[in-house]
Write a protein that binds this ligand. Structure first.
Ligand SMILES: *Cc1c(COP(=O)(O)O)cnc(C)c1O
Length: 242
């Protein structure tokens, strides 16, 4: 039977199997539930089943859902990740209401987020989005420019640089999926080796892997899987239901 609880258990089983196959430890991997277009009620169901980290793409939609959650324990426990493009005019909402942002691809947006992050809050945890397979119309910084951006972002007071994020072109082949994920993993390692020690120590996040390439991402070293469809079912692309 389809319940969010069952689906969540299935995803944890997939992660455990992949970890067994590729010599990974499941404790190194965070599952991010991608809840774009999904109701706040479904978020509550996932929370009741043990899920705490949620990824949202559309800022307005995310804020509405955050407000719709009424349970105080839930409100305090949930960790919100912004995984969609951050337009300048929306950055203040990301700075105020999210815990993480995965889509930093320019110093300008990073500086805005740092300036807009209230100093009483924990620093915003950020990943640089890398256009790893160089899709022409894709967001993300070019791999060659990622080190310079990382060095600059690491100096911003209200941000904490945590790692890299990538969204490769979909492919049905496991080997192709793994090859491109390995490129992100290698770029992460190269950058980490060149960061100051105290920054490198926290540069521990590789945000790669979605419903269709979870296993390949685990094989390539993912530490954060962003899973939507496998948890909440197929999205209706026309509706953004709350
Ligand atoms: C929608 C989305 C996901 C989840 O994709 P699924 O294939 O539904 O698991 C992951 N990451 C980003 C950036 C997304 O926009």
């Amino acid at each position: 039977m389809f319940t969010i609880e069952n689906r969540l258990a299935q995803i944890h089983a997939r992660i455990a199997t992949a970890c067994g196959t590729y010599g990974r430890n499941p404790s190194e991997i965070t599952l991010l539930a991608v809840s774009k277009t999904v109701s706040s009620n479904c978020i509550s169901q996932a929370f009741a089943a043990g899920q705490v980290a949620f990824g949202e793409n559309y800022i307005q939609e995310a804020l509405q859902k955050m407000q719709a959650l009424s349970n105080e324990i839930e409100k305090k426990s949930l960790i919100w990740h912004c995984i969609g493009a951050i337009q300048s005019n929306k950055s203040k909402w990301v700075a105020q209401y999210f815990d993480w942002a995965h889509t930093i691809d320019s110093l300008k947006i990073a500086q805005r987020l740092s300036a807009q992050r209230d100093a009483v809050l924990a620093p915003l945890q950020v990943c640089l989005q890398v256009n790893i397979d160089k899709g022409a119309n894709k967001s993300g910084i070019a791999p060659e420019q990622a080190l310079d951006l990382a060095l600059a972002v690491a100096k911003l007071p209200q941000l904490r640089l945590r790692g890299l994020m990538a969204i490769p072109e979909p492919s049905a082949s496991f080997e192709a999926q793994k090859a491109v994920h390995l490129q992100t993993q290698q770029l992460h390692a190269t950058i980490r080796a060149q960061l100051p020690c105290e920054v490198a120590a926290q540069f521990d996040t590789l945000s790669i892997g979605m419903s269709d390439d979870l296993e390949a991402a685990v094989a390539a070293g993912s530490t954060m899987l962003r899973i939507g469809t496998a948890l909440f079912g197929q999205r209706d692309s026309t509706a953004r239901t709350l």
